[in-house]
Ligand binder design. Structure first.
Ligand code: NDP
Length: 342
């Protein structure tokens, strides 16, 4: 492993909302992240927020939430600070056609992921600050934690400091959306993208396959699928193990499990052939770094998501989980109903 460099960490005391200086903030997109971040920022006392959305669904929601809702182009024109919170694969086109013409020198562009910076899907005009504020939390939960007075983590970076004020602006925004309560850590947009995609394509692909294979081997051996699903994820025990890992550490959490569990897990882990796993992880990372994946995904979008749709249909048709999940949920409902008094 290479030499460890400590991440620069930022907390509540590092951000000051006053550094936003009354600039107008435009949220382009009001989905998972857009809604949560806009509401959190407003509840932090930031005025002058406009929301830019094109279609019906999130437009209605933003209006119900009491925001000044405009078209994407109108919001981009009004905003001095632009949160770009629409899907990464859609952003290049929308930025080019509806946003770019309205971005002026002195504005700040806020990206929630490094994807379009690393793969140059968006080219920020000269004279604008470019920052990344990338929560490590789904939007719904970021909102819920904020309303409970709790925080969540984010990665942050200043990718271009044209004004000389990009850092105080970024930290004020980070404070406003509530992430400094948890902690924000500096990594570059490129590093954020590599980690994000690597987790999905390297780790996530193995994890998904592992869950599937664990179910498949067990049910072929005659074990009930419902019990395996309960064991794998429905009981929440696995989620608790991850929570304990976060609190106690990767190794220390194992002490919460029985000696039989610890001994069995360790001895069988040591003899596992790691080479195929490493090969998959390395290949996934190489394809992300070289831009192979980004080109493939752009072509997929251009084709109208042809392969993607086929894969989803295939996964749905071959899914051995759905019927067992339904049976298990019915059994759980029955068991819980039996516990109820008259
Ligand atoms: P969503 O998929 O939730 O974004 C939906 C929003 O984008 C809606 O307002 C939608 O409008 C709008 N939109 C969709 N297509 C278009 C279009 N063609 N033109 C204009 N607006 C459009 O996005 P997320 O919130 O999930 O992601 C936003 C950013 O946050 C991304 O960079 C992502 O990587 C990052 N991120 C996301 C996380 C998450 O939890 N999902 C976690 C951390 C970062 P309508 O509803 O009207 O269709």
């Amino acid at each position: 492993m290479s030499e460890a460099t400590p991440l620069r960490a930022f907390g509540e005391a590092d951000g000051d909302i006053a550094d936003l200086g009354g600039r107008t903030i435009a949220f382009i997109g009001y989905g998972n992240q857009g809604r949560a971040q806009a509401l959190n920022l407003r509840d932090s006392g930031v005025a002058g927020i406009v929301v830019g959305v094109p279609k019906d669904r999130s437009r209605d929601e933003a209006m119900e939430d009491g925001f000044d809702v405009r078209t994407v182009a109108e919001a981009a024109e009004a905003g001095d600070i632009l949160f770009l919170l629409i899907p990464d694969e859609v952003l290049p086109e929308v930025f080019r056609d509806e946003i770019a013409a309205h971005v002026k020198a002195g504005d700040t562009l806020v990206f929630a992921s490094g994807y379009n910076l690393m793969f140059e899907g968006v080219t920020p005009p000269d004279g604008v600050d470019v920052v990344m504020l990338a929560p490590r939390m789904i939007g719904r939960q970021a909102r819920e934690l904020f309303t409970k007075g709790e925080g969540f983590y984010s990665y942050i970076s200043v990718e271009r400091d044209a004004s000389g004020r990009a850092w105080p602006t970024l930290l004020a925004l980070a404070k406003g959306i509530g992430t400094l309560r948890g902690g924000a850590f500096e990594i570059s947009a490129e590093q954020e993208t590599l980690i994000d995609l690597y987790m999905e394509q390297g780790f996530g692909a193995i994890f998904g396959s592992l869950v599937f294979q664990a179910l498949s081997v067990a049910t072929e051996a005659g074990l009930p699928a419902e019990a395996m699903i309960l064991e794998l994820y429905l009981s929440g025990e696995m989620a608790q193990t991850l929570t304990a890992m976060a609190e106690l550490g990767f190794v220390e959490q194992s002490r919460l499990h029985s000696l039989t569990s610890q001994y069995g897990g360790m001895t069988r882990s040591i003899r596992l052939d790691r080479e195929p796993l490493r090969k998959h992880l390395q290949q996934a990372l190489d394809e992300i770094k070289s831009g192979t994946f980004a080109r493939e995904w752009a072509a997929e979008r251009a084709s109208g998501y042809k392969n993607f749709s086929q894969l989803r249909d295939l996964a749905g048709a071959a899914n051995p989980f759905s019927a067992a999940e339904e049976r298990l949920n019915a059994a759980v409902r029955e068991a819980q109903a039996r516990g109820k008094g008259p």
